[in-house]
Structure formats: C-alpha cells, structure tokens
Design a protein around this ligand. Structure first.
Ligand code: ADP
Length: 875
C-alpha cells in the first residue's frame, strides 16, 4: 500500500476498489493468447455500443487489457500509481504526476477505454516531436489491441489529416487541433472538413496549455494590402519621443499613454491637426511603434529568421512561426527591424484555448504542476486536480533561494556555482527566461572557461535540441536552456543510451557506411572488431569515433535485409556492452547528487518554477534545485512594493557579491510572487470573461454556418433575408421623421431600382403616398421575379448551378462579416477600458455593446448576401 498524504486519501478511497479489480482481472488476462486479448477488446466495443455507456466493468477490463498489452508490446507494466492516474484521467480530471512518472504510458489507459466508443480520442502534446514520439512508442499497444491510431503533424496535408482524425485515437499538438477547428469552420464544402465532432481529449502538460497559453488566442489571418510607410514613419517618430515627457509607460500592463505634450509634438512632426482622426488613426500607429520599441525585444519576444519576425513563446521558449501579433503590432515590430512591411493582417477566425477545449464533452489532462493552480482550473474549466503519489520515493532537494541585491551579482553567482559544480562533474541545468539571458550566462561561463551548451529557440540551437537534452545528465554537462526548451524529453542521469543508439543507427543509415564485408557480412571478426573498438571508448561512447570507424568499411546497398540483421545483432551487443558503462556512469552522477537545476528568476507563478525544478529528481533520482534571484528582477521590481524597497535600502552597504539573508526577505519575495500570480490570474480571468461573450457569438455563427454548409438548398434563407431587408427599406423610405434629405433618399431609391431591376418611374414623393403594405408587396414581387429569372436562365445551362451560387454567396457573406465582426469586437474591447472612468462596469458595457454589434453583423450578412445575389450576373 502507498504512503499517502492526507489530501490524497480521497483519491485512494475512490479509486482503490477499482484498482483492486483491475489487478485481479489482470491475473486472468495474463493467460490469454494475443488473439484472445484482441477479442476481449472487440467484445468491450460491442458492450459499449449496446448501452452507450462506459460502465465500470468496461473500465476495469480495458485497463487490465491495456496493461497486459503494454507488457507484451513495449515491455512496460503500468505501475499501480499509473493505473490511478489513468482512472483520474478517465473521470475527466487532471492527474498531477511528477516528471518521469511515465505520463505517456498513463494516457494509454483512458485512451483505449474511450477509444472503444469509436468516437475519437484526441491526445494533445505540446509539440510535433512529442506527438510523433508518443505515437511510435505507444502506438504498438493500440495496434496490438486492434484500435486504430493516427498522428497529425504540422506539415501534413488535408487528406492525411482527415485520415488521422478518423482513427480511434489521434495524437496531435494543441495548435494543430485548434487551427484545424478554425479551418473546418471556414470550408466551402463538407468534404473539406477534417475533424469529427469532439468526444474526449487528454492534454499532456495541461497547465501549459490552459493557463500559460491562455493569453494568446489562435488566430487565422488573411492578408490585406497596406501602406508600409505609415508603419515606417511611426517607427521613426517613436525614436524622437521622450519617456515621461511625451509618453508614459506602464510596465505591468505594457500600456503606453501619450501625454498632451507628446500629442502636440507628434502632430507637429506629421503636420496634421488631429492625431486621433478616425480615418487615419496615427495615434494607434505611434503607440504601437512605441510598444514595439519598449516592450518587444529581439531575442526575448521574437527572433529574426529568413528576414521575418518569428514570435518566441515566452513560456515554452519555442518559435511560433504561424502566429502574428494583431492590431498592427506585428507590422510595427517589422518596421522597427527594417523588415519589409508588405501586408497587414486581418483576423478571419480566432479562438482562445480556453474556449476551444471546453467544447469537449469530456476533457482531462496530466502534468507535473497543477496543484498550485487548482483554484483556477476548477473555477474556469471545472477540472478537478488530483495528485498521484510517486512510484518511487521522491528525492529531489529544493534548496532555499539565494538572493542578491542586483542583477550583476546574481549572474556572477550563477556562473560561479556552475564553475564549482563543473569541477566536481555534477551536471547542471540553468533555466533562463529569455534567449538574451541564456546568452548572458553563456558569455559569463566562457569567462570562467566552463564548457557548456545553450538551448534556446534560435534555429542553430534548436537543431540540436534532442541531443543536448539527451546529454544534459552526463558528467560535466552544463546546459543553459530557456525556460521550457526540451520539455517533455527526460534528462537521464549519465546520458541516454537509447538516444545514442538511435543516433548511431541514423548515422549508419544516412552515411550508408556499414562495417560489412561484401563476402561475409556477418563475419564474426568484423563484429568483434567493431565492438572491441567501442569497448575501448566504453567510458564515453563517442559517436564521432564510431563514425570514423565506420568510414573504414565497405558497404553495398543491395544487402538491405542483411544490413537490418547486422544492425540488430550489432545493437544487441552494443547495448549489452554499453549498458554496464551507462549504469556505472549513472551511479557516479547519483553519488554526486544527481542533476542540479538552477533557476535564474522567479517566474510569474510557483507552478512555472516547479516546472523547471521538475527537470531534476525524476523517478526517484537524486537531484537538487536552487533559484538565484536579485531584487532587481522584474517580478520584484514591479510587484515588490515598499517592502522590497525598504530591504534594498537596509542592504545597500553590504558587499553585493554575497547573498542577502533576512527572514523578512523570503516572506516579502513570496508575497511579491503571490501578487504576480494573482495579477496574471485576474488578467486571464478577464480575458476569459470577455472572450465568453465572443464565444457565444462564435458558437451561434459556426452552428449556422455548419447548417448552411450541410444543406444543399438555401433558397429559404435568401427569400427570408431579402424580404426582411425589403421590409426595413419600406420603413426607412416612408419614415416621416427621417433626417435624410430628399436627394439622399432619391439616391437610395435609384440604387434599389438598379438592384431589383425595375424601371417604373416613381419617386420618393409617390412612395410617401402609397401604403406600407402596397409598397412592400410590390418590392417583394419584384425581388422574387429577379430571383426566379436568374434561376431559370441558369438552369437552362446547369441544373444545380444557381443553387450552388446562392449557397456560396451565403457562406461568403458569413465569412466576410464574421471577419469584420472579430475586428469590431477587438476594437470594442480595446476602447471599452475607458468606460471604467464613467463609473460603469466595462464587462457589462462590453456585453451590451457586443450584442448590439452582433445584431448589426447579422443584418450585414443579409445585406451582403442579397446584394451579392442581385448584383451578380450569373450567366
Ligand atoms: P513523464 O512524461 O511523466 O515525465 P515519460 O512518459 O516521459 O514521463 O516516462 C519517463 C520514463 O519512465 C520513460 O523512459 C519510460 O520508459 C519510463 N517508464 C514509464 N512507465 C514505466 C513503467 N511502468 N515501468 C518502467 N518504466 C517506465
């Protein structure tokens, strides 16, 4: 029985009986033949189909069958703790499991159970590499049990995607899943839809996706021509402006406010009268240019690659080539960096992860760090967090922070610590918040002559990502990594043997250099020589040396089968020979204390600090973590308040190279971090509340769009919309209180006549005299006539052409107006902040105004559709 903390008692109370049943059933299953296992799964599928319910029996049996399939295919038997994790996931909750506890394997349990429904299970990972790795690794279990499994990768085309979504279980990244959803809602034919209705989703690193990425929506943009000079000019002007004189900066909210003086100055430079002119809103361009200059820094928020701005995700440290900042900000950063601004982007579709994932009827996830964000996950997503005990005792030591008075002292201390640890050979992972800072540490380590590797989003470093991580646990290895680079891949103490094996086989296959003697490819002599050579390098298996060795030998491509056999034998021997040395090395590193993780800044939540710490101490390994922080760090500068200031003054006379010590200090730093956590939580909550308004609208739009897409005839819609508009026109033309002058009304009437194609010579005066009903009936008949005529002339050529035409017009109308609607809602959100000054709740205002805009957009769709139909010459 496990050693549980008090708050995990509930977990055990709830799941222990199920776990016992699974263990008992496993004993039966062990004696089944492979075919019988498959048959059992088939029976479970049938059982589900009969009752449409994943009953307890089905869960117990499918878990036990999956466990047995894992043993038979990949040689891993789910630990009892992993079964508990699986049950939590199957219940639509979050399982918090420490790094290295085998979450990848845990997911197979609920995936198989829910795969039985054949309604699709989505297994979401944070990057393509992990999705592919997991499918290759875990796919064997699913195939063995007769379940189909698919993979979606970013470079995949439509047909491959569609095929993958049809499988029982699909591995995919969060962004591909979200973008496919948006794209599906923009298609013009049902065949182009790739996704099935959502059923069940398991998100790996769920906190990263639902919390860290919650602030950046997924946006599909279209490009519209723009005038690049505006952005260039605004960028040039921003360089003349002085902080606190022409503009004020709010670092916390990343807002910029122009001062009166600044406004006058810009107007003078531009030679304009009003900076806020709606037709040419220079204020927006200049503020964006200033934000680009002050808050958006190269190698922090973005990098430049192939003369393009590529956003770097601030939490994962990964490049996001498909993303753009909206509302002209991206263009402003391009102008700042002298990158040609050719087009500006307009939103065609957008959604936040928050609103995307709640569409799943059943959602669950796993992570090493969710407990500290439990309240948020429960409140917003209704997801309960349960902590699963570790399979082996947890041994990582989290050391108390070292606090320095300024940043310079902190960075020096980090470098010194690395140098010390390097001397004794202990592997170190230094986590930094940005590419820029990872490079600062690198420069300092060069000064100390400490060899090290840097892992950040820069393309030249990313190529080596998996290799760097695979070797980060080796003796003397110092790795500097932006926050979460390489996350998802374990750091194995002493290095990863399987990685080296994989790399070796790649080299063998790519270079096609095998130590095969043409006459006798399996010559024992050659194998022996090969292995002996490796044994010489046993202490540190150098791939370079292996490669050199391989060069000596001849090779023939015709011997593919033989090569395969040769490789199998070779790797078998290699594994045996090398394993010993790897185990020895691993023991040595354990004796040194395992991996040492250094954090260089407290993050905006303890959860992210814990993510970094979690790189050490996997599966009961030894390990340590320590944060080096300074009172000048952003978190404390912005959120520390008076307390920290006081402390700084107290310590001012002290030698700044020594870490500060004060009880008060620790408490104040924790308080500052708590403030940051709350601040960002409030921000996410606000985004969520605001997005909720748009979300309801989106659902209504997508629901109707999908209805239109699936029906073949939309004539009723056309007639209905047309009549509605004509009715409004009648009211408008006959409105006795109309402010419009006769001339303007006459113009409107001419336009209407053109559209409806009638030539009766009546004017506004006559219209005023006839009744509403008469006018409406006349216009309606005219409208019907035009539609019928169009249809008849079309049908003489092609029967279905006109029907198709109407449907396309309606879909185009919906898409065009939705895109405009998104922009209007963004503008509304940007401007609504001001209403707080008028003592009104901005969210209530936003809801109210949002509704009004929504109704306007609906009318706009009708307008767009009817004008398109009436004014297009179809034949
Ligand atoms: P996590 O995602 O929780 O950090 P992974 O899924 O990457 O962990 O697995 C970490 C390591 O643990 C892998 O090398 C895997 O082979 C191993 N592992 C997982 N489950 C088991 C098990 N039941 N028995 C033995 N090894 C396991």
């Amino acid at each position: 029985m496990f050693n549980f903390l008090a708050n995990e008692k509930n977990l055990i109370k709830k799941y222990q009986p199920l776990l016992n049943h699974i263990n008992i059933f496993e004993n039966n299953v062990k004696n089944f033949t492979d075919d019988l296992l498959k048959e059992q799964i088939w029976k479970l599928k049938k059982k589900y189909l009969l009752n449409q319910k994943l009953s307890e029996d089905i869960v117990i049996e499918s878990f036990a069958l999956t466990r047995e399939a894992a043993v038979r295919t990949i040689g891993l038997r789910h630990f009892d703790q992993q079964i508990l994790g699986g049950l939590v996931l199957n219940d639509g909750k979050i399982a918090e499991m420490k790094t290295g506890e085998g979450k990848t394997l845990v997911a197979t349990l609920p995936a198989v159970t829910n795969g039985l429904t054949q309604n699709g299970v989505h297994l979401v990972t944070v990057n393509d590499y992990l999705a592919k790795r997991d499918v290759e690794w875990m796919g064997k279990i699913y195939h063995f049990l007769g379940l189909s499994v698919g993979l979606v990768q970013s470079e995949m085309q439509f047909s491959e995607r569609k095929k993958s979504y049809k499988k029982d279980i699909t591995y995919i990244t969060n962004s591909e899943l979200g973008f496919d959803y948006l794209r599906d809602n923009m298609t013009f034919s049902v065949d182009q839809i790739v996704q099935r209705p959502f059923n069940y989703c398991i998100i790996d690193e769920i906190d990263s996706i639902l919390i860290d990425e919650a602030r950046t929506p997924l946006i599909i943009s279209g490009e519209v021509p723009t005038n690049p000079n505006i952005y260039i000019q605004a960028s040039q002007i921003s360089k003349y402006l002085k902080k606190n004189e022409d503009f004020e900066v709010n670092e916390k909210t990343t807002n910029i406010n122009l001062t009166e003086k600044g406004i006058r100055r810009i107007e003078k430079i531009l030679g304009i009268i009003n900076l806020f002119e709606a037709q040419q809103p220079w204020s927006v361009y200049v503020v964006n240019a200033l934000r680009a200059e002050i808050f958006f820094l190269r190698n922090v928020q973005y990098i430049i690659k192939d003369n393009k701005i590529i956003i770097v995700d601030e939490f994962t440290g990964r490049m996001m080539p498909e993303r753009r900042w909206n509302n002209g900000l991206h263009e402003s950063v391009e102008a700042k960096e002298n990158i040609p601004v050719k087009k500006s982007s307009e939103q065609l579709a957008a959604i936040t992860y928050q609103n995307f994932f709640i569409m799943y009827p059943k959602l669950s996830g796993m992570t090493g760090t969710a407990k500290t964000a439990e309240a948020e996950l429960e409140k917003i997503y209704n997801l309960e967090v349960l902590v699963i005990p570790t399979a082996r005792p947890f041994q990582r030591e989290d050391l108390t922070d070292r606090v320095y008075i300024n940043e310079i002292s902190k960075w020096k201390a980090v470098a010194k610590e690395c140098a010390l640890l390097y001397k004794i050979g202990r592997p170190v992972l230094v986590g930094t918040n940005s590419i820029e800072k990872s490079e600062v540490v690198s420069v300092l380590l060069n000064d100390y002559e400490v060899p090290h590797k840097v892992l950040n989003a820069k393309p030249e470093n990313l190529k080596l990502e998996s290799e760097i991580i695979a070797e980060a646990g080796c003796r003397n290895s110092i790795t500097i990594s932006t926050n979460m680079s390489g996350r998802g891949t374990d750091i194995i103490l002493g290095g990863s043997l399987s990685f080296k094996m994989k790399k070796l086989s790649k080299i063998l296959i790519l270079t096609k250099k095998f130590p095969i003697n043409n006459k006798n490819p399996f010559s024992f002599f050659i194998l022996k020589k090969f292995i002996e050579n490796i044994r010489e390098n046993e202490k540190n298996l150098s791939l370079e040396k292996l490669e050199l060795f391989l060069n000596l030998d001849s090779f023939s491509t015709k011997k593919n089968k033989k090569i395969k056999k040769f490789l199998t034998i070779l790797f078998f021997y290699l594994k045996i020979y090398c394993k010993k040395s790897y185990i020895k090395e691993r023991t040595y590193i354990q004796e040194l204390g395992g991996l040492f993780v250094i954090g260089t800044e407290r993050h905006e939540s303890r959860r992210i600090d814990n993510q970094l710490r979690g790189r050490a101490g996997r599966q009961g390994d030894l390990g340590s973590s320590r944060f080096f922080i300074s009172l000048e760090d952003k978190t404390f500068r912005l959120f520390g308040g008076k307390n920290i200031e006081k402390i700084i003054n107290t310590f001012e006379l002290q030698n700044d190279e020594l870490p500060l010590e004060s009880k008060l200090l620790g408490r104040s730093l924790d308080l500052a971090q708590e403030k940051v956590e709350n601040y960002y939580y409030e921000m996410r909550k606000q985004i969520y509340d605001y997005d909720e308004v748009l979300n309801q609208q989106r659902r209504a739009f997508y629901f109707n769009r999908s209805y239109v897409l699936k029906t073949s005839i939309v004539r009723n819609w056309v007639i209905c919309f047309g009549e509605f508009l004509l009715f409004e026109i009648v009211i408008y033309l006959k409105d006795p209180k109309s402010q419009k002058n006769i001339e303007a009304l006459e113009n409107d009437l001419i336009n209407l006549k053109k559209l409806l194609g009638f030539s009766f010579n009546f004017d506004i005066q006559m219209i005023k005299k006839i009744s509403h009903v008469l006018l409406f009936n006349f216009l309606r008949e005219q409208f019907w006539l035009v539609c019928d005529l169009k249809e008849i002339s079309c049908n003489s050529i092609n029967q279905s052409f006109y029907t198709e035409f109407e449907k396309t017009c309606l879909l185009e109308a919906i898409d065009f107006c939705w895109s405009e609607h998104l922009q209007k809602m963004t503008d509304l959100r940007d401007s609504i902040g001001w209403t707080v000054y008028a003592q009104r709740d901005p969210l209530v205002e936003y809801k109210y105004e949002g509704y009004r805009i929504f109704i306007m957009t609906l009318k706009q769709i009708m307008n767009y559709l009817i004008v398109a139909i009436l004014s297009t010459n179809v034949v």
